[in-house]
Design a protein. Sequence first.
Length: 178
Amino acid sequence: MQKHRPPHIYLNHQHYFLTAATYHKISYIDNRLKKNLLKDLISHVFNRYNYRLEAWVLLDNHYHLLFQTSLGKYLPKAMATIHGKCAIEFNKIDRKYGRKVWYQYWDYCIRNEADYWRHFNYIHQNPIKHSYIDRINNLSTFQFSSFGNWVKKKGKDWIYGCFRDYSIIDFTREEDNF
């Protein structure tokens, strides 16, 4: 069995940033049905393990999550459940039984508050980075992200303040003003 590099670190009550990619970065998560299936599966499994999902984005060939664990040791089992069940369902939908869907996932322990907010922003600006939308003012139109939930919960001024205060690589155009 091949060891994961770098090794996973499983901590209790820890915030994690997680990226999972499809096999060969093929766009297996390419429609609303599959994205909703994946979103519901992540939510269900995280609830089962008492993990708190705080930010997320689903794209056609990968996704990102920001969450807090309860017991870190369950993360591999949670991810195996998500990817195993998801692969079965995607393959049923596409009539491609036995096809490998997921490559692997990478997890990262959040170091401090600024690190948390930069990853939070990275997740929400990812649809711009990958050209699903063209500007920050259109983020609310991208349905497969927690951005809209945060806008409803805290308001646009709050989330744009996060973008400003904890900036990441800027994917926005000069005329996008927040």
